[in-house]
Design a protein around this ligand. Structure first.
Ligand SMILES: *[C@@H]1O[C@H](CO)[C@@H](O)[C@H](O)[C@H]1NC(C)=O
Ligand SMILES: *[C@@H]1O[C@H](CO)[C@@H](O)[C@H](O)[C@H]1NC(C)=O
Ligand SMILES: *[C@@H]1O[C@H](CO)[C@@H](O)[C@H](O)[C@H]1NC(C)=O
Ligand SMILES: *[C@@H]1O[C@H](CO)[C@@H](O)[C@H](O)[C@H]1NC(C)=O
Length: 354
């Protein structure tokens, strides 16, 4: 493995100096992050490596991916998930962290993305254990693997129901947090009317809420969805109001649990058979379409495309966030047809609008 590109040079510089957070943040702000989740297979061969700074591997370990990423100056990091309840015990916590560091070293990896999406109550033992876990994991990784990166995944807003974490403590403790700006409807609906997965205003409100907690924008990476939701409408009006079945989630009567997640590549294949063609919702700043399935049921599909994503990516730049990323990179069509290639390239390019 020869680390040759500018990214790897900077990556190594970072590890040479132990500097206070503020200095690191301003100096390395030049390093705009493009944070990519990969769920396995060989799609990664067709990613836009001119942009990628980190690949989080949710799939099976692939040494070929690791070497390729390093040749492009990108980091490859582990997925970290564990029971927060077990992490309350400092001995168990230290053992788990050691295991992750050892695994990362054995696989020549460059850090870990902690994806712990568990219910935690304010001021509970788990609440403190989680902040300590992030702090101790970051210290261990930075010490054992110089230049490594430790990040933590958070919901689209800090007041998300049932995940009462010490967000400022967690953010301060790690390199940056990845904000999952999607599934934003899961707690909203009271009237069971279908809407966007990641509406523009709602997405921005989430960042303002994190920043209001005292979190530096340079420690926030925006996550955009490369998937949408397909809902079966109980009724669909001429003005495109789709009402759907009630499935409870937490408290409110409706949720996106009534919808089915669909990758962008599948959505794009369905559009020619839609009743509506691509429509645009002015308020939510998101595209959608409608179709009738083989049983005659009407569906509404909401998703993100280059138009909606580039609006959010422009906010990332304006607000001075650390970068952007997506769940997940495998959702695009990497086949070799010219239409597929154009469609896929447009999605990658939307991450970095002019
Ligand atoms: C959050 O964590 C930080 C750092 O550990 C700590 O100083 C702060 O008191 C915590 N805040 C709350 C509300 O628990
Ligand atoms: C959809 O229709 C357009 C125009 O007829 C065509 O160029 C395109 O290839 C079709 N796409 C799919 C996925 O069939
Ligand atoms: C979105 O936010 C802007 C500015 O905060 C506001 O003017 C506008 O009314 C909002 N739109 C919706 C649909 O909430
Ligand atoms: C993709 O198609 C082009 C011609 O359209 C061909 O030159 C190229 O080798 C193909 N690439 C792959 C990876 O199949």
């Amino acid at each position: 493995m020869h680390l040759t590109s500018l990214h790897s040079l900077l990556m190594n510089w970072e590890s040479l100096f132990v500097v206070p957070e503020l200095i690191t943040l301003s100096f390395f702000a030049v390093l705009f992050q493009v944070f990519v989740f990969d769920v396995g297979g060989k799609d990664w061969k067709f990613y836009d490596w001119s942009q990628i700074t980190t690949v989080v591997t949710f799939g099976k370990y692939d040494p070929e991916l690791m070497c390729f990423a390093h040749s492009k100056g990108a980091r490859v990091v582990l997925k970290g998930d564990t029971s927060v309840k077990k992490m309350v015990d400092p001995v168990v916590r230290a053992a788990w962290i050691n295991q992750q560091v050892d695994l990362a070293k054995r696989q020549y990896m460059d850090g870990i993305n902690l994806d712990i999406e568990q219910h935690v109550m304010y001021s509970s033992a788990e609440y403190y254990a989680l902040t300590n876990l992030v702090k101790e994991a970051t210290e261990a990784f930075h010490k054992e693997i110089p230049g490594s990166q430790v990040t933590f995944d958070v919901p689209w807003t800090p007041d998300y129901i049932d995940r009462c974490y010490n967000y400022s403590g967690i953010t301060h403790a790690c390199d940056f947090i990845f904000v999952m700006s999607y599934d934003e409807q899961s707690e909203r609906w009271s009237n069971c009317i279908v809407g966007a997965n990641a509406p523009y205003n709602r997405t921005l409100t989430g960042y303002n809420n994190y920043i209001r907690l005292g979190i530096n924008p340079k420690k926030l990476v925006m996550g955009v969805p490369w998937y949408g939701y397909d809902y079966t409408c109980l009724s669909l009006s001429m003005t495109h109001v789709c009402s759907f079945a009630k499935i409870p989630f937490g408290g409110p009567p409706c949720s996106d649990a009534a919808g089915r997640q669909v990758p962008y590549k599948i959505i794009m294949k369905q559009i020619n058979n839609s009743l509506s063609g691509i429509l645009w919702d002015q308020e939510e700043k998101a595209p959608y379409f409608e179709y009738k399935d083989s049983h005659g049921a009407l569906h509404q599909v909401w998703f993100d495309n280059p138009r909606s994503i580039s609006l959010k990516a422009a906010f990332v730049k304006e607000r001075g966030l650390r970068g952007i990323g997506m769940w997940n990179a495998n959702c695009l069509d990497y086949s070799n047809g010219s239409a597929a290639r154009e469609q896929t390239q447009a999605m990658w390019e939307a991450l970095n609008p002019e």
